[in-house]
Design a protein around this ligand. Structure first.
Ligand code: AMP
Length: 115
């Protein structure tokens, strides 16, 4: 989608520190990390948010959670001590980029509840 920063990253038009890429997903370091490890896992297809998922998106959603997130947690050295996956959704959810992304955070102890 035009004007979408994460579409630009997925298409290689905007630079990023990629840590993973396959046909349907790209993952890259967050520009403003909130933990020692902070990566964004993004479907290449422009899906605005969890609230905009369609049935056709089931495969990529499952791929992110079943394949990509656990693999990246392991590869980035945070699987054993634990990590957090976050999906901010919409205005009240704190979403600032309107292209669905899963935050993978680790390398420090997280607190609860989130702010
Ligand atoms: P959210 O607030 O959940 O929508 O998260 C958006 C995230 O994208 C924030 O953590 C930003 O730091 C991050 N971000 C924005 N632009 C970029 C970029 N060009 N490269 C990497 N991360 C970015």
């Amino acid at each position: 989608m035009n004007d979408c920063i994460f579409c630009g990253i997925a298409e290689g038009k905007i630079p990023s520190q990629k840590v993973f890429e396959d046909d349907s997903v790209v993952a890259f370091r967050d520009l403003s990390p909130k933990a020692p490890v902070h990566v964004l896992i993004v479907p290449k297809k422009h899906i605005q948010s969890v609230a905009h998922f369609q049935t056709v998106d089931k495969d990529v959603a499952a791929h992110i959670f079943v394949d990509v997130a656990p693999k990246l947690a392991k590869d980035l050295g945070i699987a054993d001590d634990g990590f957090r996956l976050v999906i901010n959704t919409g205005k009240n959810g704190g979403q600032s980029v309107n292209h669905l992304h899963v935050h993978l955070l680790g390398g420090r102890k997280m607190t609860w509840p989130p702010g």
